[in-house]
Design a binder for this molecule. Structure first.
Ligand SMILES: [Cu+2]
Length: 115
């Protein structure tokens, strides 16, 4: 997985990046884990009646040779309650749990929120 970024304050962070599926089979992400956070999940931001709302994404399917793009205003990782203070530049391992029981590992770099 290519380098990706995170942004947010200390209690809650959002993760952005690209998840590529280079397998000949579709993959479905059903859960997200990180030892650095008490809670991690996939979220989607949508505009509903002019208001930006986030909702959990229980399953994210990625077709063969396709990629899911996590970006501000769209899909993102929601990371809650870091177990220890995190500084910009910290590397954070994220584990994606797949429907077939497999796992994908990704590494994210902590960045300051874009101004
Ligand atoms: Cu969110």
């Amino acid at each position: 997985m290519p380098p990706a970024g995170m942004a947010g304050d200390m209690a809650m962070m959002a993760g952005f990046g690209r998840i590529e599926n280079r397998c000949p089979m579709p993959i479905t992400i059903v859960a997200v884990h990180s030892s650095a956070f008490a809670d991690a999940s996939l979220h989607e931001t949508r505009i509903v009646s002019g208001m930006s709302q986030m909702r959990p994404v229980p399953e994210l399917r990625i077709a063969p040779d396709d990629a899911a793009v996590l970006k501000p205003g769209g899909l993102h990782l929601m990371l809650m309650q870091p177990g220890a203070p995190l500084k910009p530049g910290s590397r954070i391992a994220i584990e994606f749990e797949l429907k077939d029981g497999g796992k994908l590992l990704g590494e994210f770099e902590l960045r300051k929120p874009a101004e």
